[in-house]
Design a protein around this ligand. Structure first.
Ligand code: TMP
Length: 211
């Protein structure tokens, strides 16, 4: 039976630079000969990507916080069952741009859904699955949003939110990292990209060295 792969997640607010770090880490792991896949949430499989479209696209009809929360978990349940679990079981490492910590931060911190309710859904949707390592690319919202909006893309529903919303999202991320320092690695994402990448690679290498 193959040794189970490692599950690494990337978290942070918009404009933290997750995509660049995810790309670099994927190349780094591939270069070491590690079987690895990259994915993202919400999304990651064709069906979950359809849910992503639904939950991120602006629409005339309001999406209440409860609907948003359940759609995030609907996408996640599909993703875990159809992609993440099979990959980890065959020994691949998984690099995932966001996972359940994003729900705690955005729907919990941002929207005000009680964290205990989110934890109940977590136990229902993926009782046995938790990341081995979570990299938090930490950036103050004023800087992150400026970077994200400066890309000139039209953005998604979340990019319309206020700085106060992202302050609450960031506060929950930092609270989670503080509560579980053995799983989380907090990286100052205002530092030059090279420095951010060095820290991210060091955290991943430390995981490679553990049984
Ligand atoms: P991203 O792919 O640019 O990171 O965008 C995904 C957006 O979805 C981002 O604004 C965070 C949000 N999100 C949640 O609100 N809850 C979640 O559980 C996840 C995975 C993402």
């Amino acid at each position: 039976m193959a040794t189970r792969g490692r599950f690494i997640t990337l978290e942070g607010i918009e404009g933290a630079g997750k995509s660049s770090v995810a790309r670099a880490l994927l190349q780094h792991l591939q270069a070491t000969g590690q079987a690895v896949i990259a994915s993202r949430e919400p999304g990651g499989t064709p069906m979950a990507e359809r849910i992503r479209e639904l939950v991120l696209t602006r629409s005339e009809e309001p999406l209440p916080a409860g609907g948003e929360l359940l759609l995030m978990f609907a996408a996640r349940a599909v993703h875990v069952s159809n992609l993440l679990e099979p990959a980890l079981a065959r020994g691949d490492w998984v690099l995932c741009d966001r996972f359940t910590d994003a729900t705690l931060a955005y729907q919990g911190g941002g929207r005000g859904v009680p964290l205990d309710d989110i934890l109940s859904l977590t136990r229902f949707a993926h009782p046995g699955l938790s990341p081995d390592l979570t990299l938090l690319l930490d950036v103050p919202p004023a800087i992150g949003l400026q970077r994200a909006r400066g890309r000139g893309e039209n953005g998604d529903r979340f990019e319309d939110e206020t700085v106060a919303f992202f302050d609450r999202v960031r506060a929950v991320y930092l609270q989670l990292a503080h509560a579980q320092p053995q799983r989380w690695c907090v990286i100052d994402a205002t530092a030059p990209l090279q420095r951010v990448l060095e820290q991210a690679k060091a955290a991943v290498q430390a995981l490679q060295g553990t049984p």
